[in-house]
Unconditional design. Structure first.
Length: 235
């Protein structure tokens, strides 16, 4: 069965759900999961996703070689080396990063008890589908990180794009909805992302280039997977 958690209120309930037999894929298209896929593709060794700024600083205090990255309200955090724009992570090969964002890193923590956790984006849909077809999970949960407390259009589009690429046909109603949305948006994904609430917010703070970067479909062969506390490149 393929199911989709469409918004943060559903994600919060996952902490008390038995996910021991479930494979989860987390989407935060604008921008955390797109940033992680971009970083891993360009040689970042690993990302440590954490929920809070305090947790990020504490992690770095334990290991000063780590780079601090993150955002609140879409903007970089004071004293952090990096923000949350994918392009920032193309030139830090060989480094490890602690990342905290408003929704994406929180969603990854909420599903940390899942059997396996993948990082998904529009960027890597084909590669992600191949990894999942190889694994053949009996229960697959696609998690849409959302924006604040709200549904995020771009995450549901990406989840639908992944469902469209998988052979399993046992779908929940939410998975069917996401697939329908992807089919509607697939002819011009960039326009849909620009028109989304998150896309408009990014444009308003001067991050419109991030939308273009994150809207590219199936351009990366990189798949991110959680190994302990870190997101690493699937090999």
């Amino acid at each position: 069965m393929i199911d989709v958690a469409l918004c943060p209120s559903e994600i919060r309930r996952l902490e008390s759900t038995d996910l021991s037999l479930t494979t989860a894929v987390v989407f935060d298209v604008l921008r955390a999961t797109s940033t992680m896929i971009t970083g891993l593709e360009h040689g970042v060794e690993q990302f440590f996703p954490v929920e809070t700024v305090a947790a990020a600083r504490a992690r770095r205090a334990q290991d000063p070689s780590l780079l601090l990255a993150g955002e609140r309200g879409g903007l970089p955090l004071e004293g952090f080396k990096l923000g949350n724009s994918p392009a920032e992570f193309k030139g830090i090969s060989g480094k490890s990063v602690v990342l905290t964002t408003t929704n994406g890193t929180v969603a990854l923590q909420r599903v940390r008890r899942a059997k396996r956790i993948y990082v998904g984006a529009l960027l890597n849909l084909d590669a992600l589908a191949r990894a999942l077809e190889s694994e053949e999970p009996s229960d697959l949960l696609l998690v849409c990180a959302g924006t604040g407390e709200e549904f995020a259009l771009e995450d549901a589009i990406a989840a639908g794009g992944l469902v469209e690429r998988l052979s399993q046909n046992a779908l929940s109603d939410a998975a069917l909805l996401a697939t329908t949305l992807y089919r509607e948006a697939s002819s011009d994904v960039t326009s849909y992302l620009r028109g989304s609430k998150n896309g408009r917010s990014l444009a308003n703070i001067g991050k419109a280039k991030d939308i273009e970067e994150c809207a590219r479909v199936a351009v990366s062969q990189t798949v991110g997977v959680m190994r302990g506390a870190a997101v690493v490149k699937l090999t």
